[in-house]
Design a binder for this molecule. Structure first.
Ligand code: 13P
Length: 263
């Protein structure tokens, strides 16, 4: 499990900004530039930094990252699993890979709840993202009703098991999972760091059971849900938590930079 000797985790923390449906490409360029002014090489060494703009901003952000040689990872918020064809409105894994996208958020609760994504669809997307050489950030999390009924562990275990079905253990080890309790997203109400740590520990054990101990020990698992500069340090102090998937507080460079520099 996590090696927290000397205050360092053995897994490199990863902070990803999920911008959701915010920012035009012009805004996105500004935020990435500002973010880069606020972060230093030590920050990037200590923590992986990823931004996930809308599809329409990916090309613009990629250009800024390349031009300035920024160590900021580019992520997409969604993908379709087919390579090409008559799928109006969809974007394929290779189209993203060609734009130097390295992470793809898969199965966000908003996609599951608003757009009807099932565990089977999430699994197809996870496999397609890996096949195209990118890393999935696979999301899971329970509703408030499920939490109150004591079903948190069962729900996330089911989602994780289905999402990882048929994925090679070495590929599982390199993935990122984001545990995002749905009731904590955009509500200002975050899970207690201890609760988040416990559920993430459950997910890690689940991954170890499915893909072996090395994969369980290696996979990075983020917490998401109302992460902000004022609560990130307590969340990151938990041994099982390897970073955050940040919505609202990643939209402004100042806040997101503070989150990246939580220590
Ligand atoms: P907030 O940080 O706005 O609660 O959003 C969390 C989230 O859904 C990130 O994917």
């Amino acid at each position: 499990m996590a090696d927290v000797s000397a205050g360092q985790k053995s897994r490199k923390p990863i902070m990803a900004g999920n911008w959701k449906m915010h920012h035009t490409h012009l805004d996105a360029i500004q935020v990435v530039q500002k973010l880069s002014y606020r972060l230093s090489s030590e920050d990037y060494e200590r923590c992986e930094v990823v931004v996930c703009p809308t599809f329409t901003s990916l090309r613009a952000v990629q250009t800024v990252i390349e031009a300035d040689n920024l160590p900021i990872g580019l992520g997409a918020q969604n993908v379709f699993w087919e390579e090409k064809g008559a799928y109006t409105g969809e974007v394929s894994p290779s189209m993203l890979a060609k734009l130097a996208v390295s992470y793809v958020i898969v199965g966000h609760s908003e996609r599951r709840e608003i757009f009807g994504e099932t565990d089977e669809m999430v699994n197809k997307k996870v496999k397609a993202v890996i096949k195209a050489g990118m890393t999935p950030i696979m999301c899971c999390g329970e509703t408030l009703e499920e939490r109150e009924a004591g079903e948190t562990a069962a729900k996330v275990s089911r989602q994780v098991q289905a999402g990882l079905d048929g994925v090679d253990p070495n590929e599982v080890a390199a993935m990122v999972i984001a545990y995002e309790p749905i009731w904590a997203i955009g509500t200002g109400r975050n899970a207690t760091p201890e609760d988040a740590n416990e559920t993430i520990g459950t997910i890690r054990s689940m991954v170890a059971g499915l893909a072996g101990e090395p994969a369980g020990a290696a996979i990075r698992i983020q917490y998401g849900g109302s992460v902000k500069p004022s609560n990130v340090a307590a969340i990151m102090a938990q041994p099982e938590i390897d970073g955050a998937l940040v919505g609202g507080a990643s939209l402004e460079a100042d806040d997101f930079a503070q989150i990246v520099r939580w220590a």
